[in-house]
Design a protein around this ligand. Structure first.
Ligand SMILES: NC(=O)c1ccc[n+]([C@@H]2O[C@H](COP(=O)([O-])OP(=O)(O)OC[C@H]3O[C@@H](n4cnc5c(N)ncnc54)[C@H](OP(=O)(O)O)[C@@H]3O)[C@@H](O)[C@H]2O)c1
Length: 248
């Protein structure tokens, strides 16, 4: 029988893409739960500034492009200097897509892959190395998408990146041998700047196919993210779908 101790709950969490949409909802929820949060995006929105003002001792925000590894590293060092070691990471930042694959420019494919797959892999490596170096046992949550498991037209490169992160979640969980819990949350479609490209016909179709009768809401995803960061569980290497059974 294994006597390895449980991986402790996160107290300092780094959230990429925390400026709006689901990322902002995650930051707000973690702060409500009493955690300390570091959040970045390319642009710090007034909403994120407001949270930084409301919780001056528990929020660190910055304008960082997740594809700029050196900038991400500087941000992480600043967070550690202020709050101590980071013990939770939420890879949430991503860009969407709205183009048939045959009409998607090479540069756009590269940008989607760089932002949604290469950058979170690098950020994860950066954070995990520091956690391991500091002898800390942490939690990693990757925000992926139902698009990784079900096909959607206009989202080929995007879906490929999300499927890549699902696969990385499983392999990293095995590789880390229980020193960290690594999981993914795969939401169904929810209203945000990213999904604003979907037309009302597509949205109506998704709702019709959803047994719970509505699009997923960020408020229905954040408790799962918090649970994976904070709860005493043995959930590891899993992709948890939150889509009202639309994909079943
Ligand atoms: N909306 C949906 O229907 C849906 C469904 C399933 C999964 N998801 C996933 O949920 C997550 C959040 O999506 P959302 O709908 O909330 O999107 P969103 O409203 O467009 O927010 C995306 C966030 O990522 C940031 N971001 C984008 N590119 C970045 C970069 N290069 N560097 C740093 N930050 C960057 C954005 O800020 P800046 O632009 O200022 O950088 C923003 O904070 C994503 O991983 C997405 O794939 C969304």
């Amino acid at each position: 029988m294994s006597d390895s101790p449980p991986v402790p709950a996160s107290t300092v969490v780094l959230v990429s893409g925390g400026s709006r949409g689901l990322g902002l909802a995650i930051v707000t929820d973690l702060l409500d739960a009493g955690l300390t949060v570091a959040a970045f995006a390319r642009t710090v929105t007034p909403e994120l500034e407001k949270l930084a003002d409301a919780y001056p001792d528990r929020v660190h925000v910055g304008a960082v492009d997740v594809t700029d590894l050196a900038a991400a590293q500087r941000f992480l060092r600043a967070v550690e200097a202020r709050f101590g070691p980071v013990d939770g990471l939420v890879n949430n930042a991503a860009v969407g897509q709205d183009s048939m694959h045959t009409h998607t420019a090479t540069a756009d494919i590269a940008r989607i892959v760089e932002t949604n797959l290469t950058a979170p892999l690098q950020l994860t490596r950066l954070v995990a190395r520091r956690m391991l170096g500091q002898g800390r046992r942490g939690r990693i949550v990757n925000v992926t998408s139902i698009c990784a498991q079900r096909g959607f037209p206009g989202l080929v490169a995007y879906s490929a990146t999300k499927g890549g992160m699902d696969a990385a979640t499983r392999s990293l969980a095995r590789e880390l041998g229980g020193r960290m819990l690594v999981n993914a949350v795969a939401p169904g479609f929810f209203a945000s700047e990213m999904s604003a490209v979907l037309g009302s016909t597509q949205l109506d179709q998704i709702v019709r196919r959803t047994p719970t009768g509505h699009l997923t809401e960020p408020a229905e995803v954040v408790p799962v993210v918090r649970m994976l960061l904070c709860a005493h569980t043995n959930i590891n290497g899993q992709v948890i779908v939150v889509d009202g059974a639309a994909s079943i």
